[in-house]
Design a protein around this ligand. Structure first.
Ligand SMILES: *Cc1c(COP(=O)(O)O)cnc(C)c1O
Length: 235
């Protein structure tokens, strides 16, 4: 399948999921995840109307973004190390993966140096998987006010990656829990949070039904990533 056909297929599935959930498709943003994809692929996607892209490694993004059309927007979706925060605030319009006060403080400091304000999402590890980064819900609620008080940080919402499963329905309770946790955060902050970033190639329709405002799609758009292809070949 071509990229154009994949995108059309995804747009139709988004529309159908929105219809089921009685939502407007424009209440939802599609973020194209281009990790391991070359700048040519980003350019082709942008020519099909995609404007928002996601990367999970700062080094890869630093090499790639300057080779891509300048009008695009980029979100960081991977684990961020403190020593990469300076680059990250320069490269990205949002960091979706803040998972500690310490990291938020470092982003705040680097954003200040760059005379910027950084929109962020707080990443939540709802299933408590040891292999994944992200806040446990209680820890998030404990640190939320301190993060929100940082002058160069704007908290825009929550992000999660549920445990991998071949059945999208298994993601539903996690998506529902993230939506509830966002409501708890809004009560703590006394202000609305606009974003719930949840849903990937395998489960985005369920995420839309559960209130996602941003879905992050890689393989359903671009096909298997190179590393995944190499692994499949080695099996
Ligand atoms: C890779 C990645 C995605 C996209 O995953 P696909 O299953 O390829 O759609 C979404 N979110 C995060 C955080 C990722 O690392």
């Amino acid at each position: 399948m071509t990229l154009a056909a994949n995108l059309e297929n995804i747009r139709q599935r988004i529309k159908a999921a929105c219809d089921r959930a009685d939502r407007e498709p424009n209440s939802l943003t599609l973020l194209a995840v281009t990790k391991s994809q070359p700048p040519e692929t980003v350019k082709a996607a942008s020519e099909l109307g995609l404007l928002l892209f996601g990367e999970n490694k700062v080094q890869e993004a630093k090499a790639k973004i300057p080779l891509c059309p300048g009008r695009l927007r980029w979100h960081f979706i991977g684990h961020l190390q403190s020593n990469k925060c300076r680059d990250a605030v320069q490269l990205f319009q949002m960091i979706q993966s803040v998972d500690s006060l310490l990291l938020a403080q470092e982003i705040n400091k680097r954003a200040g140096e760059a005379a910027k304000t950084m929109p962020v999402l707080l990443e939540v590890n709802l299933a408590g998987e040891a292999s994944k980064f992200g806040y446990k819900p209680q820890a998030l609620l404990a640190e939320l006010k301190q993060i929100n008080a940082l002058p160069r940080i704007e908290v825009h919402g929550l992000m999660t990656v549920p445990p991998w499963s071949p059945d999208a329905e298994n993601s539903r309770p996690h998506f529902r829990r993230l939506r509830e946790l966002k409501a708890e955060c809004e009560r703590v902050l006394g202000a609305p949070l606009p974003h719930l970033s949840m849903g990937m190639s395998g489960d985005f329709e369920v995420a839309i039904e559960e209130g996602a405002t941003m879905i992050r799609i890689g393989t359903a758009l671009f096909g298997p990533r190179v590393a995944a292809k190499a692994r499949a070949a080695a099996d």
